[in-house]
Write a protein that binds this ligand. Structure first.
Ligand code: NAD
Length: 278
C-alpha cells in the first residue's frame, strides 16, 4: 500500500509529472519500481506479459487510488512490433515518456553441455534484445520530444536492470551471466553515444533480491542460510532496495551520472569468501 506521507516525502525527487515505462512490472523488482515511481508522482506505464494483465491492473489501481496515474501495457519486450506498439500507446496516453526502467528479465539455467540453443536464445531474447529494443524506442521518443528543462535537466533517462552476474561468473547459468555482461557494455556504449543529446543511461546491478525469479534460493531456511554466506551485510535484499536506487538514477539528483552501474548487493561483489583471513 502506498502511504500518503511516503508520497509527500518523495516530492523532493522532482519526478512529479514525468512519464515512466517499467518493463516486467507485474512482479518483483519491476513491481516495486512502479509503486515507488507512482509514489514520487510519476505517471507509470506498467509493462507485463499478456498472461499477467490482471495483476498489472491491480498495481495500476493501487497507484491510481493514491492520486497517481498508471496504465497497463501488455507487450513482450523481445518482440519488436510489440515494443513499438507499447511506446506508441504510452505516447498516445501521456504525450511522451521521460524514464525507461529496462527491467524485464528471465533465468533458464542448465549444465552447459545440456543447454539447448533455444534455451540460450530465449534468455538473450528477453534480457538483451528486450533491453536493446526498449532503449532504442526510448531514445527515439526523447529526441522527438526535445528538452523540457522545467521537467528535467536531461532529455531522458534509461535505467538498465543488470545483475551482480555482469561481474560474477555463474556456472550453470551461462546464458544469464552472458546476457548481463552484454547489458553492461550495451549500457556504457549507448551512454557514450547519447550523452551529447543529454540522455543519461545507467544500470543497477542487484545482488540477491527476494523475488519470484530466485525463489528456490531463499524460500527454505537451509537455502536462505547458504545464500546469506554470500552477503556480507547479512540480509537478503528486498525489491524496495532496488527501487530506491532506481528513483535516484531517474531523478536529477544523479544528473552528472551516465554510464555507471550501481551495485546494490549488500556486499555480494566484495569477495565474501575472503572475509576470514583469505
Ligand atoms: P521476476 O521474475 O519477479 O520479474 C521479471 C518480470 O519480467 C516478470 O514480471 C515477468 O513476467 C517479466 N517478463 C519476463 N519475460 C518478459 C517479456 N518477454 N516481456 C515482458 N516482460 C517479461 O524477477 P525479478 O527479480 O523482479 O527480476 C527483475 C530484473 O531484475 C531481471 O532483469 C533480473 O535479471 C534482475 N535481477 C534480479 C535479481 C534478484 O535477485 N531477484 C538479481 C539480479 C538481477
Amino acid at each position: 500500500m502506498i502511504a500518503a506521507e511516503t508520497a509527500a516525502t518523495r516530492d523532493f525527487l522532482g519526478l512529479r509529472g514525468q512519464v515512466a515505462i517499467v518493463t516486467g512490472a507485474s512482479s518483483g523488482i519491476g513491481h516495486a519500481c512502479a509503486l515507488a515511481l507512482g509514489e514520487a508522482g510519476a505517471h507509470v506505464a506498467i509493462n507485463c506479459l499478456q498472461s499477467s494483465q490482471d495483476v498489472a491492473a491491480s498495481i495500476a489501481a493501487e497507484i491510481d487510488a493514491t492520486g497517481g496515474s498508471a496504465m497497463v501495457v501488455a507487450a513482450d519486450v523481445s518482440d519488436e512490433a510489440d515494443v513499438e506498439r507499447m511506446f506508441a500507446s504510452v505516447v498516445e496516453r501521456y504525450g511522451t515518456m521521460h524514464i525507461l526502467i529496462n527491467n524485464a528479465g528471465i533465468q533458464s539455467g542448465a549444465p552447459f553441455r545440456d543447454m539447448t540453443l533455444s534455451q540460450w536464445r530465449k534468455v538473450m531474447d528477453v534480457n538483451l534484445d528486450g533491453q536493446f529494443l526498449c532503449a532504442r524506442s526510448a531514445v527515439r521518443e526523447f529526441r522527438r520530444r526535445g528538452l523540457q528543462p522545467e521537467i528535467s535537466a536531461a532529455l531522458g533517462k534509461i535505467i538498465c536492470m543488470s545483475s551482480v552476474h555482469q561481474r560474477i561468473p555463474w556456472a550453470f547459468e551461462t546464458n544469464y551471466a552472458a546476457s548481463k555482461g552484454g547489458i553492461s557494455l550495451l549500457m556504457k556504449s549507448l551512454a557514450q553515444e547519447v550523452a551529447g543529446d543529454r540522455i543519461r543511461v545507467n544500470a543497477v546491478a542487484p545482488g540477491a533480491i527476494r523475488t519470484p525469479i530466485n525463489r528456490e534460493a531463499w524460500e527454505t531456511p537451509e537455502a536462505e542460510k547458504k545464500l546469506l554466506d554470500l552477503i556480507p551485510y547479512g540480509r537478503i535484499g528486498e525489491p524496495a532496495d532496488i527501487a530506491n536506487a532506481v528513483l535516484f538514477l531517474a531523478s536529477d539528483f544523479s544528473d552528472y551520472m551516465t554510464g555507471s552501474t550501481m551495485f546494490v548487493d549488500g556486499g555480494m561483489t566484495l569477495y565474501p569468501g575472503f572475509r576470514g583471513e583469505g
